[in-house]
Design a protein around this ligand. Structure first.
Ligand SMILES: [Zn+2]
Length: 363
């Protein structure tokens, strides 16, 4: 017999294998009990939150920035090629950003001055948080600089492999630093005239150095819609999930795609669902958004209701798409199966699925 860590107002219940979780929970709700069970409540949205005061007006003041770069409590995050500096001794279950502090941070910034300008991320209380991009170095040289000048024992890691394990504010700051660094690396030259650009306003503007151009470039975010399409048939709520051939075996997620020029968000949702699964939808409802600077997206999460039900993935955007019943979603939310699983817990796709599951169970 398997315990699935479900509580009804603090009372543990034991779920026998094979019995749909949704049925048990709906029976409990029908009997008047209110649900409290971690696997069903939508989890926090990783990389979101408001961990820093970005001080958007103050960062335009060079003297103000310089004063904060000289602060005793200065903290610095190093980025290398889309990887973030994570403490080496934290272990797989407790990763932490490896901040470099005070004079060591200033030494790092000085040694990197000829290829990277410090980026001001914001204030955490009174602590100024900056980032620096070491991508111009080899990985070995970047690691050596961090160990010698920075004085920390740490590794460069893809934040997506650890973001879901750390406090929301840490993941948010690391993702922010990674996204801003990516933008700088790809805007060293003016897109209008081709001249060199330079960083200003603490890394939130790049200025074209051509006197005849002088355009200011701002960090870009690409809007993408992600939507959970729902329907009720066979007396049970269902949702539409798909998978791309390149994904991990058995992983299914909500449909998604980039917003195109001239489209509203609602139009983009309907177009993507039609393109990927040949399903018509209506009642597009905004649910939440998530920064996704991997490399430069903002995920805008929606729920929509299907008006047609026959899936066709013939245009090859998806390898497969299926209707999943509420019961199956409840089971997959509680535990992966050998042959199928839901999208990663740090994604808004997973959040949208569990947000719908929570509402459907409590409807
Ligand atoms: Zn220019």
């Amino acid at each position: 017999m398997r315990h699935r860590n479900l509580l009804l107002l603090g009372t543990p219940i034991v779920l026998p294998p094979g019995k749909p979780v949704a049925l048990i929970l709906r029976q409990a709700v029908a009997s008047g009990q209110k649900l409290w069970h971690p696997p069903v409540m939508p989890h926090r949205l990783t990389y979101s939150g408001r961990p820093l005061d970005r001080a958007a007006l103050n960062r335009q003041d060079a003297a103000w920035l310089q004063a904060h770069l000289g602060a005793p409590n200065l903290r610095l995050l190093a980025v290398w090629q889309d990887q973030s500096l994570i403490t080496a001794n934290a272990g797989d279950t407790d990763p932490e950003p490896a901040f470099i502090s005070g004079d060591a941070a200033r030494e790092m910034i000085a040694s990197a001055a000829h290829y990277s300008a410090p980026m001001f991320l914001g204030l955490q209380g009174s602590i100024p948080i900056f980032a620096i991009d070491l991508s111009a170095l080899t990985e070995s040289d970047a690691a050596t600089l961090v160990a010698t000048a920075g004085g920390v024992s740490a590794n460069f890691v893809d934040i997506r492999s650890v973001g879901g394990l750390m406090p929301q504010q840490d993941g948010s700051i690391l993702a922010y630093a990674r996204g801003l660094s990516y933008w700088h690396r790809r805007h060293e030259f003016c897109g209008a005239c081709g001249w060199v650009t330079t960083s200003k306003h603490g890394g939130h503007v790049r200025h074209c150095t051509n006197p005849g151009c002088g355009i200011e470039h701002f960090p870009r975010t690409d809007p993408a819609v992600i939507m959970l399409v729902t329907a009720t048939f066979d007396s049970e709520p269902h949702c539409l999930l798909g998978r791309q051939a390149s994904w991990a075996p058995g992983m299914y997620s909500s449909l998604a795609g980039f917003v195109e020029p001239g489209e509203s968000l609602e139009t983009a949702v309907a177009r993507e669902v039609m393109e990927e699964a040949a399903i018509d939808i209506t009642d597009v409802e905004y649910r939440a958004s998530q920064p996704w600077p991997f490399p430069s997206s903002l995920m805008l999460g929606f729920r929509a209701r299907a008006t047609t039900f026959d899936i066709d993935v013939g245009n090859d955007e998806l390898e497969e798409a299926q209707w999943f019943s509420l019961s199956e979603i409840c089971d997959l939310s509680a535990a992966d199966r050998d042959d199928r699983r839901l999208s990663r817990r740090d994604s808004i796709a997973r959040w949208l699925i569990e947000d719908w599951m929570h509402d459907a169970l409590n409807a």
